[in-house]
Design a protein around this ligand. Structure first.
Ligand SMILES: [Mg+2]
Length: 376
């Protein structure tokens, strides 16, 4: 019997436009421009036996073309390979591009392929990805994150928060990190009052405070019973985060900007946070995400993955401690299937694999494709 092997790989660079340009604290401090689009790298894999898988990676602002270019250079290494040996293939692709390193763009290019291989394996088993790995639950606490940007006036933020609560979302996160600290305080206070004392509320400073400011703001915000304060400091300030996590009752969350497992290991070793926020496409895919969440679990950290709920709902379901997942509807036009929310929780898809198929709109927003191998 001949073994099933990878026959064809298709990569697509897709640019998703956002309805409204959005700004967090990085824009207010002048470090970034408002975001108007998100770049995606999609990978579709087909095998000689006719099995298929789809995965994606993404980049906000710069980096999308680089992810696509790097994946296009290494993808031919997959042809003829056994799609079951996911981690061996990931390592093979890493070595193919060894001189550009094991973090950032290189691993993010490989992430789209890694996710596609996991999707394929789960589909072939007839299981949702969460079940292929082994799940602790079939729904995840979920919070809305797209209604509280600094670019939105306070009345709109409150309106969005109440509308999300009404729709059955389980928590609300708003941005802070405004250059005027009083503005932050006023906005958090107003949203807390509108939501009520017990409704889960988080804030996100997007790395824009220095250590003295973070200290002051964490102290000011203690009274609001926040689920967490996210990225109070620079993403690589492991010691500064550890100091805040030790000093304040409000939990500290960080990790979304880190671009490899090795960088997350430093967060864990330095006791830098209470909630760790890895992003599977950013750290190299499902395989790498699972490696680092095993370590986080062992260290007793709580989990709140960043962005990409279509992937993270499955992965969060496999974490032993009750996690949170971010609800972002931005990606909805890319897929024919959408995430379901009920009673404050996101329902993990019970369809095989990730449970998504690519939409015609995604094809229309595709700006570049690369194919290697022969369709079965
Ligand atoms: Mg964040």
């Amino acid at each position: 019997m001949s073994r099933d092997t990878i026959a064809h790989v298709k990569l697509s660079h897709v640019i998703l436009p956002l309805n409204n340009p959005i700004s967090d604290a990085k824009v207010f401090t002048g470090r970034q421009k408002p975001m108007t689009e998100v770049n995606f790298l999609f990978c579709e894999i087909e095998t000689t036996d006719g099995h298929s898988g789809v995965g994606f990676s993404y980049s906000k602002r710069a980096g999308g073309p680089a992810q696509f270019a790097h994946a296009s250079e290494v993808a031919d290494n997959l042809i003829g390979e056994d799609p079951n040996d996911i981690d061996r293939l990931r390592v093979k692709l890493l070595w193919a591009g060894a001189s550009v390193g094991r973090s950032g763009v290189a691993v993010q290019a490989i992430a789209a392929i890694d996710v596609a291989l996991w999707d394929l394996k789960a589909k072939r088993a007839g299981l949702p990805l969460s079940k292929l790995i082994g799940a602790h639950r079939d729904s995840i606490r979920t919070y809305n994150t797209s209604g509280g940007f600094l670019s939105s006036p306070l009345e709109e933020v409150i309106e969005n928060a109440l509308a999300s609560k009404e729709k059955g979302i389980g928590g609300i996160k708003i941005k802070v990190g405004h250059p005027d600290h009083q503005v932050d305080y006023t906005r958090v206070k107003a949203v807390r009052e509108a939501l009520g004392d017990d409704f889960p509320l988080m804030v996100d400073a997007n790395q824009q405070w220095d250590r003295p400011t973070a200290n002051r703001m964490c102290e000011w915000l203690e009274e609001f019973n926040l689920v967490w304060i996210e990225e109070p400091l620079d993403a690589y300030d492991y010691e500064g985060h550890a100091e805040l996590a030790r000093r304040f009752i409000t939990p500290i969350a960080t990790g979304e900007m880190l671009a490899s497992v090795a960088e997350h290991v430093k967060l864990i070793e330095n006791h830098s946070c209470d909630f760790i926020q890895p992003d599977a496409p950013r750290v190299g895919g499902v395989s790498e995400f699972l490696k680092l969440t095993k370590l986080a679990e062992h260290a007793g950290l709580q989990l709140a993955p960043h962005f990409a709920m279509e992937i993270h709902s499955h992965l969060a379901a496999t974490y032993s401690l009750e996690p949170w997942v971010e609800h972002f509807t931005w990606l909805d036009p890319l897929f024919n299937e959408h995430m379901e929310i009920k009673d404050g929780r996101m329902i993990v898809s019970d369809r095989p694999g990730l449970g998504v198929t690519l939409s015609d709109q995604l094809r229309a927003w595709t700006v570049n494709t690369f194919e290697v191998g022969k369709r079965p």
